[in-house]
Ligand binder design. Structure first.
Ligand SMILES: [Zn+2]
Length: 349
C-alpha cells in the first residue's frame, strides 16, 4: 500500500548534495543508492518532509559505527563550528534545496496550504529546516534572511554546542539530561523564532534546554526525529516527563527510523523487526495521544530498519501499522495529518 502519503519530520538528502554523492538531476531521475529520490518516493508513497540543512563535523563515520556496536557507548562531541564557516555551508545547503526544486524533484513549501497541495502532488513537498543554528548570528540578521528565503523550521543545536545551547552526545544508556540549558542568546532565539513563526525543533537539544524552550516558547513543542526513552534508553530519546511536556503544549514527536534509537539495546544494526517500531509508537501514543505522533525518518542520515531500507520501503511500514491494528483514520494522522495540524498551530493558517 502506497497511501496515505508519508510526510516526515527529518531527512538529510541535502547533505548528499553537499558531499557530491548525489545531484539534483539524479534525485529527479533516480539514484543507485541512498534513501531518497523522486521515483522511489512515488513508488513508496513518500509525500516529502523537513529537508535539513546541516553543517557536518569532521568525524570518522566508521569509527562512530564501531563505537555504537559496543553494549554501551558515549561518543565525544565534536567542537563548535565557527559562524562564518557554518554560514557558508548553510547557504550552500539552501542553494542545494532550491536546485532540487529547479530540477523538478520537490516543491518548497512556506505555508500549510502549500504543504497540503504538495503532499498529494507527484513531486515531494519540502520544508526548509536548519539543524543546528551555528550559521545564525546573535543579532538574527541571518535568521531573517533565511526566513525570507523560505526557512520555516530550526533546531537551536545539533548535538554540538552552539552559542545558543547544548545538544546531547550520542550516549547509551543515558537520559538527555546532560549539560546546561539555553544561553541568553538561545532564549532570545526562541522569542525571535516565535515572532517569525519559525518552528523550533527540540530533537538533539538536551533536557535543560528543552525545559527552557518550554518555559519561553508560545508555540507547540516539537521533536522532529526522536523516540521513546522508555523503550530505548538513549540520550537522543525523550523521557516520559518530556513527552508529557510536549503533550501539554499540544506539540508532537516524529518517530526516528535510526536503528540505534529504535532498538532497546541501542545498537546500530538494521536487522530487527518493525514490531520494535510499533513499541515506540504505542508508548508515544499512550502519552501524547494519537494527534501528536508522526514520523521523522532521518532518511539519508541514519541506518534504517532493513524492512524499510529507503522511501521505496514505506509500504512495509504501513503494513506493519495495519497488522498492529491501526485503523484508517489514525493511519492518516500518523502518516501526515498530525504534521499539518502542528504546523497550522505554529505557522498560522
Ligand atoms: Zn538529527
Amino acid at each position: 500500500m502506497t497511501s496515505p502519503p508519508i510526510f516526515d519530520g527529518h531527512n538529510d538528502l541535502i547533505l548528499r548534495l553537499l558531499r557530491g554523492t548525489a545531484t539534483p538531476e539524479g534525485v529527479t531521475a533516480g539514484l543507485e543508492d541512498g534513501h531518497i529520490d523522486l521515483p522511489r518516493a512515488q513508488a513508496g508513497g513518500f509525500g516529502g518532509g523537513f529537508f535539513a540543512i546541516y553543517v557536518p563535523s569532521p568525524v570518522d563515520k566508521d569509527a562512530k559505527a564501531e563505537e555504537m556496536s559496543h553494549p554501551s557507548y558515549d561518543l565525544p562531541l565534536p567542537a563548535q563550528i565557527p559562524q562564518p564557516e557554518a554560514l557558508r555551508i548553510t547557504l550552500e545547503g539552501a542553494d542545494a534545496l532550491e536546485a532540487l526544486e529547479a530540477a523538478g524533484a520537490l516543491t518548497i513549501c512556506r505555508s500549510v496550504a502549500e504543504l497540503e497541495a504538495a503532499i498529494h502532488a507527484p513531486k515531494m513537498a519540502a520544508i526548509m529546516h536548519i539543524e543546528g543554528a551555528e550559521a545564525i548570528d546573535p543579532e538574527f540578521e541571518i535568521l531573517h534572511q533565511m526566513h525570507a528565503r523560505s526557512l520555516r523550521s530550526l533546531g537551536p543545536v545539533w548535538s554540538r554546542p552552539t552559542i545558543f545551547g547544548n545538544g546531547v552526545p550520542f550516549r547509551f544508556p543515558s537520559t538527555g539530561d546532560i549539560g546546561d540549558g539555553l544561553s541568553e542568546h538561545g532564549k532570545r532565539l526562541v522569542a525571535e523564532c516565535n515572532a517569525l513563526k519559525i518552528m523550533i525543533d527540540l530533537s538533539h537539544l538536551n533536557e535543560k534546554g528543552m525545559d527552557d524552550v518550554a518555559a519561553i516558547s508560545d508555540a507547540p513543542l516539537v521533536a522532529t526525529h526522536s523516540n521513546a526513552y522508555a523503550v530505548t534508553p538513549h540520550s537522543r530519546n525523550l523521557t516520559d516527563r518530556q513527552l508529557s511536556q510536549i503533550a501539554q503544549s499540544d506539540g508532537m514527536v516524529g518517530i526516528n527510523f535510526a536503528s540505534a534509537f529504535l532498538r532497546p539495546d541501542g545498537q546500530m544494526d538494521s536487522d530487527f523487526s518493525l514490531d520494535v517500531m510499533m513499541r515506540h509508537l504505542d508508548h508515544l501514543v499512550k502519552i501524547l495521544g494519537e494527534d501528536r505522533v508522526g514520523f521523522g525518518s532521518d532518511f539519508d542520515g541514519a541506518l534504517v530498519p532493513k524492512d524499510i531500507g529507503s522511501v521505496a520501503g514505506l509500504p512495509a511500514l504501513r503494513q506493519a501499522m495495519v497488522d498492529h491494528g491501526i485503523g484508517d483514520e489514525m493511519m492518516e494522522k500518523l502518516c501526515y495529518r498530525n504534521w499539518l495540524r502542528v504546523l497550522r498551530k505554529t505557522w498560522g493558517a
